[in-house]
Ligand binder design. Structure first.
Ligand SMILES: Nc1ncnc2c1ncn2[C@@H]1O[C@H](COP(=O)(O)OP(=O)(O)OP(=O)(O)O)[C@@H](O)[C@H]1O
Ligand SMILES: [Mg+2]
Length: 377
């Protein structure tokens, strides 16, 4: 999307021959709108006409304020773009008026240096997002009760049955004193299992958060991976050491990164990939915001964590359902890893994006950083 943005703003800034710019912008499958200082429509491409359901000729006589009520968050975004002269994107917007009914819209607003006060809007709706091979899983993914139950089963019961099985084996081979201990392990494992079964009936609980150093989390997972399932994989670290701590539950973040790294390692462990590689990257990416459900509050998510691999890419048939439970292409997979990831990231008020093609798959997390308000708690 940002490549589209860059292209669009270059074209509109007149650095490319004007004869080309109209044609190219017209052909872009993404709605592009240029507003002047008074929010009049200065330019709309064909996709924008379709999106708004109004012809360019009619739009030329209108202002954005004629289409949307003044309290639509889109106006806040536009004001912020004008004030900051930065690119800001907002996810999961609703554009609702007598003329428009659009939900789950992502809008990127950008200032044009050559045109003070003008704002370029690039719009992505859910179906366009799929077409662009760029998927966003919003908060709320995998929140269903069955999803939650399955996630618990995935993360607790499986290792637990391993522990129980090992204890049972020990019972048969050790002396009477040690047998008692092995029985204790088995009974306790059963007790935890019963507890998990009961917990499955309840939904998510508020999570306990602290200031977490994301690099320590990444290094922890990298060491785990390299001493086990990803011993054959070469790791690269591209860390921005100046990053502030994230406001998170450390154990849950480890689970998130571990699931992503495990998927990456499984993706690069295939025939034909001579040099399996995983890159862990962190950095700042300003202008990513999400709405806090049920409020007008907007959360800034300036920090990103990326897990990238050079595997074959996500299979076409999996993509539309990537974050749903039980979606898997693996014979031994349960398809719960990414639904767990989406759930935890959503609970943290974060966002996850995917960009995948053969030879390069990247999962990018956007996470909230510690604010003064959190630090006071
Ligand atoms: N890095 C990746 N490269 C290619 N495909 C991926 C990648 N990550 C996930 N996938 C695809 O998404 C599917 C779902 O992943 P998910 O982690 O939810 O489940 P799983 O890995 O199949 O099973 P589990 O995590 O429960 O062991 C995978 O089966 C795989 O097809
Ligand atoms: Mg997995």
């Amino acid at each position: 999307m940002s490549a589209v943005m860059a292209k669009a703003s270059r074209l509109l800034a007149g650095r490319v021959r004007p004869a080309d710019s109209g044609v190219i912008l017209g052909a872009l499958p993404v709605p592009v709108i240029l507003l002047d200082a008074g929010n009049n429509f200065r330019f709309v491409n064909h996709a924008a006409e379709q999106f708004l359901g109004i012809s360019a000729a009619s739009l030329a006589q209108l202002r954005l304020n004629d289409l949307l009520p003044a309290d639509n968050p889109l106006f806040l975004l536009i004001d912020q773009v004008r004030a900051s002269e930065a690119t800001i994107s907002e996810h999961d917007l609703t554009l609702e008026s007598p003329r428009l009914h659009k939900q789950g819209i992502t809008v990127q607003g950008t200032a044009l240096p050559e045109e003070p006060e003008a704002v370029l809007l690039v719009i992505q709706d859910a179906s366009a997002a799929r077409a662009l091979d760029r998927q966003l899983a919003f908060r709320g993914a995998a929140r269903s009760v069955t999803g939650m139950a399955a996630i618990l089963a995935h993360e607790v019961k499986n290792p637990l049955s391993g522990i129980r099985g090992a204890a049972q084996l020990l019972e048969t081979s050790v002396g009477p004193n040690d047998r008692e201990l092995a029985e204790l392990i088995r009974d306790e494992a059963d007790r935890i299992r019963a507890l998990v079964d009961r917990m499955e009936a309840f939904g998510a609980k508020p999570i306990a958060r602290t200031a977490v150093n994301i690099h320590r989390v990444l290094e922890h997972v990298r060491k785990l991976a390299q001493s086990g399932f990803a011993a054959h994989v070469r790791f690269h670290e591209l860390y921005d050491p100046s990053l502030p701590p994230v406001w998170a539950n450390r154990d849950q973040l480890i689970q998130v990164v571990l699931n992503l790294v495990k998927n990456a390692a499984e993706a690069v462990t295939q025939e034909g990939i001579a040099h399996p590689e995983i890159t862990l990257a962190t950095g700042f990416q300003h202008g990513v915001r999400v709405a806090v459900p049920g409020t007008t509050e907007r959360l800034d998510l300036p920090l990103f964590v990326a897990v990238r691999d050079n595997g074959p890419g996500i299979a076409e048939d999996i993509r539309p359902h990537l974050f749903e439970p039980f979606v898997t292409s693996k014979t031994t997979g349960s398809g719960l890893g990414l639904s767990l990831v989406a759930k935890i990231v959503g609970d943290h008020g974060g966002l996850i994006e995917v960009d995948s093609r053969p030879g390069r798959t990247e999962f990018r997390l956007h996470l909230p950083v510690v604010t003064e308000k959190d630090a006071d708690q």
